[in-house]
Design a protein around this ligand. Structure first.
Ligand SMILES: Cc1ncc(COP(=O)(O)O)c(C=O)c1O
Length: 394
């Protein structure tokens, strides 16, 4: 481990504050370090491994495709990306999909589509996109501009022009902006993930969608973290009975291989034409085969189980010592703890449970197929640590 750590620090750009842990293999919701110690993973590689580590059905889908045709570029037709796009459209009502390789790229595509659509409909000065304060949309220069957190902006300016950040859950602020400026789109996360697992107020989401429809302004929903069954619906916007114009997603879609997708609904689906956008790897057959295996299994029965597991987590944590509040949607859960979340995370790790943090909270994004026994074991550790830390700090 120390040699790996040394070489990591020597050869890899030092952008990550890694934990002192080297994972070497895993199965389902359990990972193992180089000494064979077992961990219950409540983070899924930050919401990516939807069916956990080395899921047999996912491996079969990926391996079969890998030994058939791994990459062709988008110069040729291939079946896996078409099958996946059709499935996504059938399950969401979207008309077309653009495939990329990450969440940031899915958002870049969403932004390009919104700008092009509005340039053609309302003129080239209609390019401003409203996003919310405390949002996170990615780390490219444009998606950083979209991200409503100054902490990520500093030292990278000038960022892409044409973004405006408004407070979450404030419909009046949106109305004022619409009355003062040409606005192309509003982009939201239904649950702000990196911002601290903060679900938007459902009434705000519904009213915002209605307002934008009425004013012919596009609604983009960033489902990079909330999408693909994470919140107990296929996409989080489905909790609110709204239809966005554009949805971006990534993370859990691929189940562990890089893929981003931008879903285009209604009239917007006809915006992109030959040469408008592209990606060498986008729609890669292996990634698409893996993603198909993920989406295909997220049926109503499975999503109901995700919701039941979520209820179990909320119930189990309610009123527990050292836990101040719990919020989130489905298996995207933020826990406000009495002791600092980072301290709790490190102690949980020492006791065989891997968690995440988001801002000052402990964040849980377990694999969607985690068993109730594994959940229960992990929650017992989290509760014990939260209680002990509170006592010690009292
Ligand atoms: C809501 C949201 N959008 C976009 C991104 C960026 O995704 P990626 O890291 O795949 O570029 C993230 C990553 O955490 C995210 O949570």
């Amino acid at each position: 481990m120390s040699e790996i750590k040394k070489q990591d620090q020597q050869y890899i750009a030092n952008t990550y504050a890694r934990f002192p842990l080297q994972l070497v293999n895993g199965m389902g919701a359990e990972a193992f370090d180089e000494q064979g110690n077992r961990y219950i993973d409540m983070g899924s590689g930050i919401g990516v491994t939807s069916f956990g580590y080395c899921d047999p059905a996912w491996i079969t889908a990926v391996a079969n495709q890998l030994s058939t045709l791994q990459h062709t570029s988008n110069l040729y037709y291939t079946e896996p990306c078409v099958k996946l796009a059709k499935l996504l459209c059938e399950r969401t009502g979207a008309g077309k999909v653009f495939f990329s390789n990450s969440g940031a790229e899915a958002n870049e595509c969403a932004i390009k589509v919104a700008r092009k659509y509005m340039a053609e409909k309302k003129g080239e000065d209609c390019y401003t996109i409203i996003t919310l304060e405390n949002s996170f949309h990615g780390r490219t220069i444009t998606t950083l501009a979209a991200t409503g957190q100054e902490v990520f902006h500093k030292t990278f300016k000038p960022l892409t022009d044409g973004f405006m950040h408004l407070p979450a859950n404030d419909l009046e602020a949106v109305k004022t902006a619409l009355s003062q400026k040409k606005i192309a789109a509003v982009m939201i996360e239904c649950v702000q993930g990196e911002g601290g697992v903060l679900p938007l107020d459902p009434d705000y989401v519904k009213a915002l969608a209605a307002l934008l429809k009425e004013q012919e302004v596009l609604l983009i929903v960033d489902e990079v973290q909330t999408g693909n069954g994470r919140t107990g619906k296929l996409y989080a916007y489905m909790h609110y009975g709204i239809t966005p114009d554009i949805v971006s997603t990534a993370k859990g879609l691929g189940g562990g291989l890089p893929i981003g997708a931008t879903l285009l609904y209604g009239e917007v689906q006809n915006t992109l034409h030959f040469g408008d956008h592209g990606s060498t790897y986008g729609g890669n057959p292996v990634c698409c085969a893996g993603a198909y295996s993920v989406i295909e299994r997220l049926d109503e029965d499975f999503l109901k189980e995700v919701q039941e597991k979520s209820d179990f987590v909320f119930e189990s944590l309610k009123g527990a010592k050292g836990i101040k509040s719990v919020n989130g949607l489905g298996l995207m859960i933020g826990i406000e703890t009495a002791a600092p979340a980072k301290e709790i995370l490190l102690e949980c790790m020492a006791r065989g449970v891997l968690c995440l943090t988001a801002k000052t909270k402990l964040r849980l994004l377990p694999p969607l197929n985690i068993t109730t026994e594994q959940l229960s074991e992990a929650l017992d550790v989290i509760k014990a640590v939260a209680a002990e830390k509170e006592e010690r700090n009292a």
